[in-house]
Design a protein around this ligand. Structure first.
Ligand SMILES: C[S@@+](CC[C@H](N)C(=O)[O-])C[C@H]1O[C@@H](n2cnc3c(N)ncnc32)[C@H](O)[C@@H]1O
Length: 276
């Protein structure tokens, strides 16, 4: 029996995937139930950590082995760990030193090679990386979702009843440079646009930017942050290539509008895919 890996097309300059793996990734919906791994017990202190397996899936499609990845909002390192597991080189920027320390602790305990981390405001650090002549094959990141998500996920009236969904969002700092602390949605979209402008020249020509954006429901209205942000990112020069809806199974539903009105349980996130 031939147990060799399926062949990679000789003209494939993007990744190291065989045809069937490539096609699987292009489906516009992804449903996962990843096991808690890679120090999840530590990483879960960060209420918005992402599965390294999800990030590895994205990284494997948009880079070749040994390729370079940048995450401007690195948190406790979902992207960095994902990159390590598939043999890519990553740099993470994170404002809050607490999250970088958790990432390092995870690496030490799990025996994972540590990727480069830079503590600071991504708007300022991206500028510095550009001045230093850095370039990346992929920028993959999961920015703060919106200015007001804290109210939605923690400290709300369902928090006690659904304590398994409680997060540590309340422990996030009040640093004014944190996108989450911006006062209005407009300011938040504006900051995301600035991030995209600064990221653009750091990406190699033809390279991809993947943003994980969660829409929200605020003050009785659906806030389609994914649309607003994609418009800003397009204005920065990127071409929008698609959306992949990610549903990590296990998200609990809450009886928000019941029994009076329709209020969505937003259990998916949007992987917005752009190209330079
Ligand atoms: C949704 S979390 C990212 C979580 C990450 N994907 C993980 O797996 O842990 C967004 C992160 O952006 C950070 N952040 C917010 N504003 C920032 C800024 N201006 N520069 C750099 N990081 C920032 C927050 O501290 C937070 O950790």
């Amino acid at each position: 029996m031939d147990d060799a890996a399926p062949p990679v097309h000789p003209n494939n300059r993007l990744n190291q995937l065989a045809g069937n793996e490539w096609l699987y990734f292009t489906k516009s919906v992804l449903q996962t139930s990843y096991p808690a791994a890679y120090g999840h017990d530590l990483r879960r202190q960060h209420g918005a950590n992402k599965p390294p397996q999800l990030m590895a899936h994205i990284i494997e499609f948009f880079t070749k082995p040994g390729g370079t990845v940048l995450d401007p909002f690195a948190g406790v390192g979902g992207t960095l760990i994902g990159a390590t597991t598939v043999g890519r080189v990553a740099t993470g920027i994170e404002l809050n030193p607490r999250w970088v320390e958790v990432y390092r602790q995870v690496c030490r305990r799990e025996g994972l090679a540590e990727q480069e981390t830079i503590i600071g405001d991504c708007l300022e650090v991206l500028q510095r990386l550009l001045a230093a002549g850095c370039q990346y094959d992929l920028i993959a990141t999961d920015p703060p979702y919106s200015i007001a998500l804290a109210k939605t996920l923690s400290g709300d009236r369902y928090a006690a009843e659904f304590s398994n969904r409680r997060t540590d969002f309340d422990t996030f700092g009040d640093d004014p440079r944190d996108f989450r602390n911006l006062e209005t949605f407009e300011q938040y979209y504006e900051a995301m646009g600035q991030m995209a402008e600064k990221a653009y020249p750091l990406l190699r020509r033809g390279g991809y930017l993947v943003l994980i954006i969660r829409d929200s429901y605020q003050n009785g209205e659906y806030v389609m942050a994914s649309y607003e942000i994609s418009q800003r990112v397009r204005a920065a020069g990127f071409v929008m290539k698609g959306i992949k809806i990610w549903y990590g199974t296990g998200a609990r539903v809450r009886p928000y509008g019941y029994p009076y009105a329709y209020v969505p349980n937003i259990i998916h996130q949007n992987l917005l895919i752009f190209q330079r």
